[in-house]
Ligand binder design. Structure first.
Ligand code: PLP
Length: 395
């Protein structure tokens, strides 16, 4: 017998597994090139060659015990100091190794933050639509998810609803910009408003509210759009970062938590994050990949490939009459489904060998998510399918 909690989690993740199986089945019938699988967020642009070279260097040039032994649970001090200096140069911060905990990706970063912060019944505010794993991460530690209603015209945060959702029990707020599933980026103006709302609630209740900025897509930004640095806007900020998408290394599991120096209870928090990394069983981030980071600097994958895909997918969908907000970053677009029932719509898309994810999986029905981290040809060749899907609902 498995636990009651896992019974329900296992049953609810069967939808994603079913979609994966469906994709394999369609590919075996029609050929992989005739199936347009836009369902997964697995990077399609190769990691830069420099990443492989750095990994080889690390493996050949570091003394085995210095590389393979247990580091500090927060990660090698010199690597954390390296990251701090990068931030100091880029953002004018005053960080040192204390500000950083290296983690097995953003997923672990978020889990150790919630383990550190949450008492049972504490509330964590999320903006709909959102990466649905947040529910699991928050509930793992007894937290309660509080959802802000979407602003479906722009997918920018609905500030009125946000302000109304903050209570004396609010412990944290999580934002994700560039966003999965919408691709939108929160502007400096948006972050200023958000910080004002948070500061006045903190002053009213006397309890700190922590802002968690989940940033695995920070480097995937198109055109002239700039990503504001969230700790500049609000002192009680955590950044959860990952190299999964910026360097196309999701299987290697490397990322970090960065806590802003001015955050309330900074010392206690950084000590607790260190312990949380250990006791949740992550122990420490993989040491080879920790040691790779100083060789990589601010390198990222060739973002122009995703930008070309973004341009193609957005113009194709608009030309065919799909309504969507133009994504400015990440590799997702979140159009309106052509019927209110988004699950039914995604089922119908399969008739044309198109695999997309219903918006209800992100807490926002009536939409669908399309991941364009696929080949350019997959997008171009899906045109007829999307056209037929549109025609099906235009009759
Ligand atoms: N947060 C968001 C919004 C994501 O989309 C993902 C992965 O797709 C993660 C966190 C987890 O990333 P990682 O692979 O670094 O754990």
């Amino acid at each position: 017998m498995i636990s009651k909690k896992m019974e329900s989690l296992t049953a609810s993740s069967s939808l994603i597994r079913a979609m994966f199986e469906e994709g394999k089945k369609l590919a075996s019938i029609y050929g992989a090139e005739n199936v347009y699988d836009f369902s997964l967020g697995n990077p399609s642009v190769e990691a830069p060659e420099a990443v492989k070279e750095a990994a080889i260097k690390v493996l050949t040039e570091t003394k085995p015990m210095a590389l393979h032994g247990y580091p500090n649970n927060s990660g090698f001090e010199d690597v954390r100091l390296y990251l701090a200096n990068l931030s100091n140069k880029r953002h004018g911060t005053n960080y040192n190794e204390r500000n950083y905990v290296l983690t097995t990706g953003a997923a672990a970063a978020l889990n150790i933050i919630f383990k550190t912060l949450l008492n049972a019944g504490d509330e964590v505010v999320v903006f709909t639509p959102y990466f649905s794993e947040y529910d699991n991460y928050i509930e793992n530690y007894g937290g309660t998810v509080v959802r802000v209603a979407p602003n479906t015209e722009t997918f920018q945060p609905n500030m009125e609803d946000f302000a109304s959702k903050l209570t004396a029990k609010t412990k944290a707020v999580i934002i994700n910009t560039p966003n999965n599933p919408t691709g939108v980026i929160y502007s400096a103006e948006t972050l200023t408003k958000m910080a004002d709302i948070l500061n006045s609630k903190q002053a009213e209740t006397g309890n700190p509210i922590y802002l968690i900025s989940d940033e695995p897509y920070r480097e995937l930004v198109y055109g002239d759009t700039k990503i504001p640095f969230v700790p500049d806007f609000y002192k009680n900020t955590f950044v959860a970062y990952s190299y999964s998408k910026s360097l196309s290394l999701p299987g290697e599991r490397i990322g970090y938590v960065c806590v802003n120096t001015a955050a309330d209870d900074f010392e206690l928090i950084t000590d607790a994050l260190n312990i949380a990394n250990r006791i949740l069983g992550f122990v420490n981030a993989p040491t080879i990949w920790q040691r790779v980071l100083p060789y990589i600097g601010e390198l990222s994958v060739d973002v122009s490939i995703y930008e070309k895909n973004r341009n193609k997918v957005y113009s194709m969908l608009r030309e065919l009459g799909y309504e969507c907000v133009e994504p400015e970053g990440a590799f997702y677009v979140f159009p309106k489904s052509l019927i209110p029932d988004d699950k039914e719509f995604c089922k119908a898309a399969k008739e044309f060998n198109i695999l997309i994810v219903p918006g209800s999986s992100f807490g926002c029905p009536g939409h669908f998510r399309l991941s364009y981290c696929v080949s350019y040809d997959t997008i171009a060749n899906s045109y007829e399918g999307f056209k037929k899907l549109k025609e099906k609902y235009s009759k």
